[in-house]
Ligand binder design. Structure first.
Ligand code: KIV
Ligand code: ZN
Length: 542
């Protein structure tokens, strides 16, 4: 039987139809792995509250499958998959598992409360990986494919199998593994380009080859999973889709190990904008893309490069006179998609509307936040509005970016042990620079005066003296939220301990205050993380 005639990838359409038509208008399953493959990238770790926030945002975005973590990898991953499974209802929740029973059991346990659940099990199939990484013979790997998938399938109905390093796997062996996985009950077959080595024609041809050679291929959905080491992840993913894949695995902002994974926003907008050449659809609400992108950047501290496709700050900016002139005459001259289609709301000033400033009231403030995609409860609005008023006293015009920075700075402080009361800094050429700090630690006010090699160093030394800890500073980054010397500074601090690091953020029109807030935010997250780890250890011991 030729897979090309009956694969679910092409649907039950008749073999008489030309291939292009049979593949036309197919719905693509969007599988987001920001919380798993994305979070695996060094420095991108997220805590439970952040993972939950992101999972809800991905659900709103219309992602079909959210890979929420690798439950056997850590208690944190297990808890995240479990908690996400409790609150996300529309998207399928997937957990990753190696081809071991204990991995699969842990994954199934983590998925207990998910309404729609998927076990995603994988094993390497390339000669290099089998010999050096797994130290297994191909026959053993083949047996592991069948037994792991069959076992996962005995626990859940939706099982995905991945051939790690699939793009560098010998075709005959890949066909046998795929056939075995489907025979054992896999409903999705994923062929990752794990090391980002593939080029579009070659990667696409892999899917054509599988569809023509694997006898039971029509019983599974084929999936692409591409890494971006050569900058080809999106091109390779789209090539796979043109050759019959109907699931794309991707991440927001292209987050992921090394050079990252294929970027969700680029794939979705390519499919939407070039529907003439890529006649496929997704369930993604593209207007929610910017919100998801900002959230991932804010949580991880990974700044989106300004010229990044779709979500970069310059992606819709037209600076040159010729371009601006063209745009004024007809937006289509230089714009292939509208900023609104990815959720970039034109600023109030651009629309001739109300500019936010010190006279703006609570209702206007709430309305603008809601236009920007932020629905805050009354308590959060009260808190953020207070900060907005303080900022408006210092800054004449408050831009959307300022509001977003305020909201991001406001969320996730419920469990704070350390709070900033006041900060005064002596800076300048004379030195040593000095920071006078007052902190509230567990409800008790503590103060000190510390010096350092520069004002930021003095502040961080002051915090360390008031709340001694052994974490190292892994990153200190300052970003101006808008233009102008009165712009708010958004500071990111990463603190690293023996385990993975935590990222803290702080925003303020005073860069030193923002730095202090960011450090304290990271410290609080570290304390929460340590407390959770201790509680988990105690519950296992008890
Ligand atoms: O890149 C890869 O091969 C993976 C698999 C575990 C799916 O992430
Ligand atoms: Zn991957």
């Amino acid at each position: 039987m030729s897979a090309a005639t009956t694969s679910p990838a092409t649907g039950p359409a008749s073999a008489q139809q030309p291939p292009d038509q049979r593949l036309a208008d197919q719905r693509i399953v969007i599988f987001d792995t920001t919380l798993r493959d994305g979070e695996q990238s060094p420095g991108a770790s997220m805590n439970l509250e952040e993972k939950l926030r992101l999972a809800k945002t991905l659900e709103e975005l219309g992602v079909d499958v959210i890979e929420a973590g690798f439950p056997i990898a850590s208690d944190g991953d297990f808890e995240a998959v479990r908690e996400i499974g409790k609150v996300v209802r529309r998207s399928t929740i997937a957990g990753l598992a190696r081809a071991h029973r204990k991995d699969i059991d842990r994954c199934a346990q983590a998925l207990e409360f998910a309404e729609k659940k998927r076990i995603h099990t994988f094993i390497s199939t390339s000669p290099l990986h089998m010999k050096f990484k797994l130290q297994m013979e191909p026959a053993q790997v083949l047996e592991a494919v069948s037994s792991s998938v069959a076992y996962a399938r005995s626990l859940v109905d939706d099982v995905e199998w991945s051939a790690e390093d699939g793009s560098r796997t010998e075709h005959d062996f890949l066909c046998r593994c795929v056939e075995a996985a489907i025979a054992a009950g896999a409903t999705t077959i994923n062929i990752p380009d794990t090391v980002g080595y593939g080029v579009p024609e070659e990667y696409g041809a892999l899917f054509t080859m599988l569809r023509s050679r694997v006898p039971n291929i029509d019983r599974a959905i084929l999936s692409v999973h591409c890494h971006n080491d050569l900058g080809l992840a999106v091109a390779n993913s789209l090539a796979g889709v043109r050759c019959g894949a109907r699931q794309i695995e991707c991440t927001i902002n292209g987050l992921g190990e090394r050079a990252g994974n294929a970027a969700l926003e680029e794939i979705v907008m390519a499919l939407r904008t070039r529907h003439d050449k890529l006649p496929f659809s997704t369930g993604i609400q593209s207007e929610a893309i910017m919100k998801a992108s900002r959230l991932v950047s804010a949580i991880t501290g990974f700044v989106v490069q300004p010229n990044k496709a779709i979500v970069g700050a310059n992606a819709f900016a037209h600076e040159s006179g010729i371009h601006q002139d063209g745009m004024l005459k007809h937006a289509g001259t230089y714009e292939i998609m509208t900023p609104e289609s990815v959720g970039l709301v034109r600023s109030a000033a651009d629309r001739g509307g109300l500019v936010m400033g010190k006279h703006s009231g609570r209702a206007a403030f709430r309305a603008r936040l809601s236009e920007l995609g932020y629905a805050l409860d009354d308590a959060a609005i009260d808190e953020t509005f207070k900060r907005f008023k303080l900022l408006a006293d210092k800054k004449k015009e408050i831009f959307d970016e300022d509001l977003i920075a305020l909201v991001d700075d406001q969320i996730g402080h419920a469990e704070d042990v350390v709070k900033l009361v006041s900060l005064e800094v002596l800076a300048g050429t004379k030195g040593p620079q000095r920071a006078d700090l007052v902190l509230l630690i567990d409800g008790v006010e503590c103060s000190n005066s510390a010096t350092g090699n520069g004002p930021v160093d003095a502040i961080f030394n002051g915090i360390k003296a008031l709340y001694p800890h052994d974490a190292r500073l892994g990153l200190y980054q300052v970003h101006a939220v808008t233009a102008g010397t009165d712009a708010q500074a958004e500071v990111t601090v990463r603190l690293e301990d023996v385990d993975r690091g935590v990222v803290g953020r702080g925003a303020d029109s005073d860069t030193l205050v923002a730095s202090c807030r960011a450090y304290i935010h990271a410290l609080n997250k570290l304390l929460v993380k340590r407390r959770r780890t201790a509680l988990n250890a105690a519950s296992i011991a008890g």
